[in-house]
Design a protein around this ligand. Sequence first.
Ligand code: ATP
Ligand code: MG
Ligand code: MG
Ligand code: MG
Length: 440
Amino acid sequence: MRLSRYFLPVLKENPSEAQIVSHRLMLRAGMIKQSSAGIYSWLPLGFKVLKKIESIVHDEQIRAGHIPMLMATMQPADLWRESGRYDDYGQEMLRIKDRHDRDMLFGPTNEEMITDIFRAHVSSYKDLPLTMYQVQWKFRDEIRPRFGVMRGREFYMKDGYNFDLSKEDALHAYNRHLVSYLRTYERMGLQAIPMRADGGPIGGDYTHEFLVLAETGESEVFYDSAVTDLTFGDRDIDYDSVEQCQAVLEEFTSRYARTDETHDEVVFQEQVPEERRRFARGIEVGQIFYFGTKYSESMGATVQGPDGKPVPVHMGSHGIGVSRLLGAIIEASHDDNGIIWPEGVTPFHCGIVNLKQGDDEADAACNQLYAALSAAGLDPLYDDRNERAGGKFATMDLIGLPWRITVGPRGLKNGVVELTSRRTGESEELSPEEAVKKVV
Ligand code: ATP
Ligand code: MG
Ligand code: MG
Ligand code: MG
C-alpha cells in the first residue's frame, strides 16, 4: 500500500477522552472512530488488525477440529424466554420491538440460538461430539462503556459451543478449548493466563478466564508467580487425545491463579510461598465454560443415546474478545512513541520511508523494495508522501510496524538503505537486497 493512496487519519494531539494508552494510540493511529458511546467504526488500519486477529482465531479453532459458522445478530425474545434468561439478563441486553410489535434483541451471546439450531437438526448420539463456533458482533448495553474497544457496547467476539453425550466428553471439549486458546494468544504475542473464575450469567462453575496482566486491566487477580513461567510454544498436540489435552490443563491450571470472585485468601497462603504470591490487575481476553445440561434441559436439546433413551446433551461455551484483544495487545506492547505490533498481528510487515520523494534514484529504489517485499509475500506500507522525514518517522513509530526501511539519496550513493527494528530501535545499513532478506 502507498500511503498517499491510503486512508490513515493520524492525530497529532492526544485525544482528551482517552484514559488509557491503548485507547489513545488507537485513536491517534487512525484505527477507530467512535460513533456513539462504546460503538466504533473500524478505519482501514484498525480493520486490518482486527481481521488478522480474527484469522488467527479461525486458524486455531479449525486446527482444534471446531466448525465455523455464522449466526444472526438479531434474536427473537421467545428463545430466551425458554431458557429463562430473557428476564434474568437485565439491562445489558438491548431489547428492540419490530414493526409487528414482536420482542427482539441484539445477541449479547448465543447459547439459546445455537441450542435451537442443534435441537432442530441433531437427534442421535452418533452425531456427537460436535463443536461449532462463529466470530460475530455482539451487543451489550454496558453501564460504563470505556477504554475504547476494551469495553465496548458493540464488540466482536468469537463464541464457540460444544455438544457432547457425557460430562466426560464435554470436559475433553473444555480442555481442547483451553489448549487452542493458549496457542491463539501466544501467536498474537500475548501471555494470557488461565485463571479460575466465576460463571456469571452464562452459568456453570467449571470455568476459566484468560487474563493478560496489565495495570489498566479491570479485573483483580491473585496468582502464584510461577504461572508466568509457563509457555505453550510450538508443541505438537493431538486434539483428539484426551490424555494430552488433560495434561495441558493440569500443567496450566494446577498452580494458584484466580480472579477476585473466586479468590480464597486462606488457600492462597497455604498453597503459595510468600515470595511467589502476586496481586495484580488483568484484562479478560477470553473465557471457557462447561455448564452441563443447563440449556439442553430447559430447551429440550436431547439426543437418542446408545440404549435408545433420550438424554440431554452436555454443553459448554467458549469466548474470545476479538476486538478487545487489539486494546490488550497495545497495552502489553507499546512505548512513548506509539504501538509496537507483534509480528503475528501487524497491519503491514514493513514500512518504507522515502527521504526524498521525487528524487529519481530514491523513488526507483523504493519501488524496487516495494516489489521485492510484495513478491516475498509481505505487505509493505510505502510512505511516498511529500513530507518531512521527521513526520514520516513519527507516523511509522506511531502505527508500530515491526520494520522500517529508510531510503535516501545519500545512502544510495554508497549502495545502502537503513533497516530499523521498531522493538529494539536498532538500525543498520544494508544493501536493499540484504534488508529485504532480513525482513522476510
Ligand atoms: P467482562 O467481565 O469484561 O464484562 P464478560 O465476562 O462479561 O466480560 P464473556 O461473556 O465471558 O464476557 O465474553 C467473552 C469475552 O468477550 C470476554 O472474555 C471479553 O474478552 C469479551 N468481552 C466481553 N464484554 C466485552 C465488551 N463489553 N467489550 C469488548 N469485549 C468484551
Ligand atoms: Mg460483562
Ligand atoms: Mg468477566
Ligand atoms: Mg467472562
